[in-house]
Design a protein around this ligand. Sequence first.
Ligand code: CTP
Ligand code: MG
Length: 231
Amino acid sequence: MKYTVVLPAAGSGKRMKADKNKLLLELFGKPIFIYTLEVFQRDPNCESIWLAVKEQEQPLIEELVEEYGITKVAGFAAGGAERQDSVRACLEMIPACDVVLVHDAARPFIEPAVISRLAEEAAASGAAIAGVRVKDTIKKAGSDIITETVERENLWIIQTPQAFDYALIKKAATAAFEAGYMGTDEAMLVERLGHPVKIIESNYENVKMTTPDDLIYGRAILESRVQEEQE
Ligand code: CTP
Ligand code: MG
């Protein structure tokens, strides 16, 4: 299934404590967001890539996009204060299409097989998001006293990509904006409209580079992939 991808890249990476946008940090000499872009550049089903960026970072990002031969970038939207604002800015720019994927530029290890399944499901039912099962025991605590141990069976850690029918995500984003509603992912905006959202089981490697320890994991993933290629 063909799709258009929207990549929010306009954050500041505060939790990474790098004093700059974490997406510009390098893993083995290549900026994190370039790894993400390369996945979509290589996927024949990806028709175009739209990036939300900070105005002052756009020249550098454009330069890197060119340097690494990413030819599918079709446009840059001005990033907003919150991730949802950045995504909305992209959604306002993209031309009408069948399926739209929203993917954090900070998740460079997404696998093409998961992308395909998401795009297929979004085309069939309107909305599909990537997730993995919770591995740990989860408890709720108001202070430091447990109030509840949550049944793990039904718990998912939600990731991106999140894939949607174009008209549906446009409608959901506009409705959220008009209501002043902020969600922590795109699916929440669609759930609000009462539309079912399907979870596609992804994998734990699709981690978001968020805190410094994620970089250690990120390097390990890249090393193991290189090793697999050599075997
Ligand atoms: N993002 C964005 N616009 C924002 C905030 C975030 O486009 N106003 C993007 C980030 O660049 C990242 C993705 O959304 O690719 C996921 O956000 P997150 O991991 O929270 O990144 P940051 O907001 O940059 O990090 P932090 O929250 O630690 O500051
Ligand atoms: Mg953030």
